[in-house]
Design a protein around this ligand. Structure first.
Ligand SMILES: Nc1ncnc2c1ncn2[C@@H]1O[C@H](COP(=O)(O)OP(=O)(O)OP(=O)(O)O)[C@@H](O)[C@H]1O
Length: 263
């Protein structure tokens, strides 16, 4: 039986990012394939955030190339990345607390009324935004949020996270990037985010998950990208490594070669 490798969705080759004398990314490679949840792990300062920021268009690499679906691209801003289907939930949760859930989900992409009301008077189609938000939220299993007109500041941390992830899931047509989505959350709320990740995957959208939470990674990720000193030192199927060895490679206590891992 032949097994075909799923298509590459997003790829980086030889990315370099320097901040003065600090080399945050030192010729790192990256790939995510169709249908997978890919975890990115690494010690503090390994370059995880720098990598995500390059993939999300938030910073420009000094060297190297980015490819979407095999085509070389330059992402000049997160807006451009979004237009290309890459949706990111950054570490600093970018939701606007005073706005309601629907407005947050459509922030920067507001739907306008049809006809002159929308094109000339720029009137927002709040009804349609609420309906579509509700559809996305319930598709993602967030039925507990019955009132889509509720302001985000009245939500718990986990529910806010849910809104940010729902927004990413709603618009991330190619890939969703979650940078430490559960760092500030309790056990129950983290569980909900895990479920959201599984739901996004079930909708056929690959997910990049940057996390320090090893049990969560082993629960949800198909493959693990191990970042160390600005480089990808290993890219491994989760089934082929255990938590202790993943951590050992991450901190440099074991070499990937010792474990027979490919880069
Ligand atoms: N804007 C910046 N200006 C200067 N140095 C930076 C900047 N961003 C990152 N760095 C440096 O680049 C290196 C990699 O940082 P990065 O935040 O990418 O690592 P990380 O793996 O995400 O770390 P952490 O887990 O602590 O968030 C670090 O030494 C960091 O201090």
């Amino acid at each position: 039986m032949t097994t075909t490798t799923p298509e590459l969705v997003l790829e980086a080759r030889g990315l370099v990012k320097r901040y003065g004398h600090v080399v945050a990314l030192d010729e790192t490679d990256f790939e995510i394939r169709q249908g997978e949840v890919l975890a990115v792990i690494g010690d503090n300062g390994a370059g995880k955030s720098s990598l995500v920021q390059c993939l999300a268009g938030a910073v420009q690499p000094d060297e190297g190339e980015l490819l979407i679906g095999g085509q070389q691209v330059t992402l000049k801003s997160p807006v451009e990345a979004r237009h290309r289907g890459i949706e990111t939930v950054f570490q600093s949760l970018a939701v606007s607390p005073a706005l309601d859930i629907a407005s947050n989900i459509f922030l920067g992409r507001e739907l306008r009324m049809p006809g002159i009301a929308g094109t000339v008077f720029r009137r927002l189609d709040k009804k349609r935004m609420r309906e579509e938000s509700l559809a996305v939220m319930s598709q993602l299993g967030l039925q507990t949020l019955q009132n889509i007109g509720q302001s985000v500041e009245s939500l718990s941390g986990g529910q806010r996270q849910g809104v940010a992830v729902a927004r990413a899931a709603a618009f991330g047509s190619k890939v969703v990037i979650l940078d430490e989505p559960t760092a500030a959350l309790g056990v129950k709320e983290s569980g909900r985010v895990v479920k959201l990740i599984q739901d996004i995957k079930a909708r056929g959208i690959p997910v990049i998950l940057i996390s320090h939470n090893m049990p969560q990674i082993f629960e949800v990720a198909d493959r693990i990208h191990i970042q160390r000193l600005g480089k990808r030192v290993a890219l491994v199927d989760t089934a082929d490594i255990d938590m202790a060895d993943a951590v050992a490679v991450m901190v440099g206590a074991k070499t990937p070669a010792e474990l027979g891992l490919a880069r």
